[in-house]
Ligand binder design. Structure first.
Ligand SMILES: *Cc1c(COP(=O)(O)O)cnc(C)c1O
Length: 701
């Protein structure tokens, strides 16, 4: 299948196999230029593009193409060999990598091994580590069918379509041993010996190792264990977590990597701590010593206060998958069980979050508010020796951010580059002062750049809506690029209350259908396949979009990172109304704000830290309610009122040239306040200072 690469373009495969291209617009432009149709048809997958395009020979003799190619090769070389990174001067001599375990990684739409914000955060973390020169290796699973693609039927029901991942045609390569053979890592899963193939994804200077059970060495039923992200029931889930935790540590060893810190992103990865404990006990340590040693350089991040987001396994299932573990850990069965057991809150189950907290010296939540909620949630019961005070538990917070270069539109990046006057803002994104040039951009220029991106986004959405309507046989209506456009896109978890907007249909109709100040809403998102109430939310929105609110409310199927990029870059306002305080952080509003689409949200997650009265709008009040009905009614009323009295009038208040001056001020304020503080560049630096380096220093003692 692989075709000859012409001599003139020998480095194209190297570019295709390093996901640095995902945040390098010139590299993407190069692939698109090589074959625009295949670039779209392959969903921006350069490895497939290079295998399938018929344009290689002509590109090799096209001087303009060769020039663009030469520039990208040079940029890649400079990036990969850069020595004066932030880490090199902040912590010179610190060489040991961070091992970052996560069940999902959202790196790009061409690698569908993520379901939502948790995965995208992991992907952005890996990318910023690379930018900063922090040595980091991600550890995850390769799902043979990835996460599902979403189709909506004519009745608005979600259908899940699974497609083979086909690793050979994606930007990743098998890890090979010295003799050039595939590395295979053995893991015992419920008494069955399994082998895992290890794949390596290059992400700038970082790497991600992905474990794959779908190989001929394994029995048919075992090959399916890593088929689907969050697929199957509790059995599959615990099997995947054994593979991720135990197999992940063994894959690092097989790759010759000795991490200085182990970071568990969510409880899914907590078995990694037990595997490291086993190694130490095998080397002669007692259980107690080994446990302390493991905790000393382990960091755990918890991502949700929603109980269903914490895996808890019943005793028989736990016993089946961990048979023999207690013995090799040098502890009694009760001692092992106690590591993940918290009877009062969770009943007779083994809880992976409890295990993760017990095996790490410090845990963190992902926003300030989530930190408070998490400390309340995990307050140690009285009488166990710990202080019975929420503030005494070792749970800190590092607020989530986004990888600026993966989410900023190329149009705005160009505009910013022009007005930054050569200042070092690209390397200093975490520094608010580095963004002050945004204030100097003439309002009409920022407005025109936004309008151009919006037109492109509207075209992208309309194309998709047309296909969607054609497939379901429903009528096609298109978005109006001149109307005030609000975006709402994220996983359809019920606490995110996607249908809150429909609370008072009459009032909503008056807002949307105004003849001179029209408003439209675009929704997108997947519901977990087993989450029927969330699917019902999709259906209700779909019914509204096909019925009473046709032409004003739109629902787009198959949300992924590509759709996310278009939406956050091209809508006017980003809308979010979770049931406070259940949104641990949220990041999509950060992506939109970076692109000048101010956030309009409940004061939950990251938003209370960012909102300053001038950089967006709030929904509801920062308080608790006696009932969910009361909370919904109050928040819906606030949503409508702010739209009616503030957002719509401000957006349509134009000068003679058609520019909404006061609106552009809000856009600028959103960009300058959100871009630095809510970047993963700020976030990863916080992890380094607060959590990684102190752990490394302690481990060395
Ligand atoms: C950013 C992102 C999310 C996270 O959205 P929230 O609103 O923070 O929950 C989910 N899915 C995709 C594809 C994203 O890009």
């Amino acid at each position: 299948m692989r075709q000859e690469i012409p001599n003139e373009l020998q480095k194209l495969p190297d570019i295709a196999y390093n996901l640095l291209w995902t945040w390098h617009p010139a590299a993407q432009a190069l692939f698109s230029r090589l074959d625009p149709e295949q670039w779209e048809a392959t969903e921006h997958n350069p490895v497939r593009l290079l295998a399938e395009t018929e344009n290689l020979a002509s590109a090799a003799s096209d001087t303009a193409f060769l020039e663009a190619y030469g520039a990208v090769v040079k940029d890649f070389g400079a990036y990969l060999e850069q020595e004066d990174t932030w880490m090199a001067y902040a912590y010179p001599g610190l060489q040991e990598p961070v091992a970052y375990f996560s069940a999902e990684f959202g790196l790009h739409e061409s690698l569908p091994i993520y379901s939502g914000g948790l995965g995208v955060l992991a992907g952005d973390h890996v990318k910023s580590a690379s930018d900063l020169g922090l040595p980091l290796v991600g550890v995850g699973l390769l799902y043979a069918q990835g996460y599902f693609r979403q189709r909506l039927t004519a009745e608005g029901r979600q259908e899940e379509v699974y497609e083979p991942f086909g690793p050979a045609s994606r930007p990743l390569r098998p890890l090979l041993d010295e003799e050039g053979r595939d590395v295979l890592v053995p893991v015992d899963v419920a008494g069955r010996e399994l082998y895992l193939k290890v794949w390596r994804v290059e992400v700038g200077r970082s790497a991600v190792l992905l474990l794959d059970a779908d190989i001929p060495e394994n029995a048919e039923e075992d090959r399916g264990l890593t088929a689907r992200l969050y697929g199957g029931g509790q059995r599959t889930r615990i099997a995947q977590e054994v593979i991720l935790g135990v197999g992940g540590v063994r894959a690092l060893r097989a790759a010759g990597i000795q991490p200085g810190v182990y970071h568990m992103n969510e409880g899914h990865a907590a078995f990694s701590g037990l595997e490291r404990l086993r190694e130490l006990v095998e080397g002669g340590a007692s259980f107690g010593e080994a446990r302390e040693a493991v905790a000393r350089n382990t960091v755990f991040t918890t991502h949700t206060p929603v109980p269903a987001g914490h895996d808890a396994f019943p005793p028989d299932l736990f016993g089946e998958f961990t048979g023999g573990w207690a013995e090799s850990l040098g502890v009694s069965g009760e001692g092992l069980w106690a590591l993940g057991h918290k009877e009062e809150e969770w009943g007779p189950t083994f809880n992976m979050t409890v295990l993760a907290m017990n095996l790490s010296a410090v845990s963190n939540a992902v926003s300030e508010l989530h930190g408070e909620v998490t400390r309340d949630m995990w307050r140690p019961p009285a009488g166990n020796g710990a202080e019975n005070e929420a503030s005494e538990t070792p749970i800190t917070h590092v607020t989530n951010g986004i990888h600026t270069w993966s989410w900023l539109s190329p149009e705005l990046a160009d505009l910013f580059q022009r007005y930054s006057g050569g200042r070092a803002w690209r390397r200093m994104v975490q520094d608010p002062a580095a963004w002050s040039f945004v204030g100097e951009i003439p309002p009409e220029e920022l407005w025109r750049a936004h309008a151009a991106v919006k037109l492109e986004t509207t075209g992208f959405i309309n194309d998709r809506l047309r296909l969607q309507a054609g497939r379901t046989g429903t009528s096609y209506r298109e978005l109006d690029p001149d109307a005030l456009t609000l975006g709402f896109a994220r996983r359809f978890a019920t606490y995110k209350r996607a249908t809150l907007l429909l609370h008072d249909p009459e009032r909503l109709r008056r807002i949307l259908a105004s003849a001179d100040r029209p408003v439209q809403f675009i929704f997108a998102g997947k519901a977990h396949p087993a989450d029927e109430p969330a699917k019902e939310f999709i259906r209700a929105l779909y019914e509204a979009a096909e019925g009473d609110f046709a032409g004003h409310l739109f629902i787009l199927e198959d949300y992924d990172m590509n759709v996310a990029r278009h939406l956050v870059q091209g809508v006017d306002v980003w809308h979010n109304n979770p049931r406070r305080p259940l949104e641990a952080s949220g990041t999509s509003g950060q992506k939109a704000s970076l692109n000048g689409a101010p956030n309009f949200s409940v004061l939950d997650g990251w938003w209370p830290e960012a909102y300053n009265g001038r950089n967006g709008w709030i929904i509801g009040e920062a308080r608790e309610y006696a009932s969910q009905e009361e909370q919904d009614a109050a928040d819906a009323d606030s949503l409508y009122t702010t739209l009616e009295e503030e957002i719509v009038p401000l957006y349509y208040d134009r000068d003679a040239a058609g520019v909404p001056g006061a609106w552009v001020e809000v856009m600028k304020e959103a960009i300058t306040t959100v871009a630095p503080d809510f970047s993963t560049q700020r976030m990863v630096r916080d992890y380094v200072h607060k959590l990684y380096v102190p752990r490394m220093a302690q481990a060395a003692r």
